[in-house]
Write a protein that binds this ligand. Structure first.
Ligand code: ATP
Length: 237
């Protein structure tokens, strides 16, 4: 089967800093794959490269059989990739509802948009409760839910999730994990980037271990959970 997304020998630089070095990976439709790695390994940079926020120095990115690493972020989004960035970049002075609607800015069918909005408010009851509140007044976990909800409002074929558990209390981390699992169960293809390797590997089908811009290990998530190197370096065992 053709993968939904494929990276071939991708390099990404910030000036002199070589943040991503020869990364190849492929994601099958309806899978959830994770990229784990410590702070600064280059995980966010890979997602930014996929969504067209930064150019690749070289290599190729293919999505739905089309090469996308030479087109704008706007067009990548239109093709069906939604990037949920780290740090919940919401509009704090806008309401929950307004933030969600912004996620649908590329869509035109009002009826479908309203149906999806309704589905998202069902999935996140707390967002319905707070629909008219300013996003900036939500707790960290609620803001993370809103960021994910906004990402879903574009009705993507591929969802990129950057560190959704970052800075959240353990109970909220478990809640976010449950939500990601549910979204995946409804056949969404997801790439998840996480420092919390245990959580990420438990949620996913396949994992990639990234160290200083290079993939050093990859495999089925269950195998990685049992891998001695992963245990020692990432699972604190
Ligand atoms: P984190 O969890 O901290 O976001 P990460 O694995 O996502 O880590 P990246 O943010 O992708 O790592 O960063 C990879 C490397 O690129 C790091 O060395 C970082 O310092 C560098 N880097 C990231 N953004 C920039 C930038 N805008 N300009 C210059 N260097 C950058």
């Amino acid at each position: 089967m053709m993968p939904l997304l494929e990276l071939k020998d991708v390099n990404i630089h910030y000036g002199q800093v070589k943040a991503v070095k020869g990364v190849s990976l492929s994601i099958q439709e309806k899978e959830i794959d994770v990229i784990i790695g410590s702070n600064g390994a280059g995980k966010s940079t890979i997602l930014r490269g996929i969504s067209g926020l930064i150019p690749c120095a070289n290599g190729e990115i293919w999505f739905k059989n089309r090469r996308i690493n030479n087109i704008s972020g706007h067009r990548v989004a239109k093709m069906g990739i939604s990037h949920v960035p780290e740090g919940r970049r919401l509009f704090p002075k806008m309401t929950v509802l307004e933030n969600l609607k912004i996620g649908a800015y590329l869509r035109v069918n009002k009826r479908e948009i309203n149906n999806d909005l309704e589905r998202i408010l069902e999935r996140f009851p707390v967002l319905r409760e707070r629909r008219d509140q300013h996003a900036g007044t939500l707790s960290g976990g609620e803001q993370q839910m809103l960021t994910i909800g906004r990402g879903l409002m574009s009705k993507p074929d591929l969802l990129l999730l950057d560190e959704p558990s970052l800075g959240l209390a353990p109970l909220m981390v478990a809640e976010i994990a449950r939500i990601i699992q549910e979204i995946h169960n409804q056949e969404m293809t997801i790439i998840l980037v996480e420092q919390n390797a245990r959580l990420a590997l438990r949620l996913s089908n396949r994992g990639y271990v990234l160290e200083t811009g290079k993939i050093v290990l990859e495999g089925g998530s269950e195998d990685l959970l049992g891998n001695e190197y992963v245990k020692k370096s990432y699972l604190g065992a």
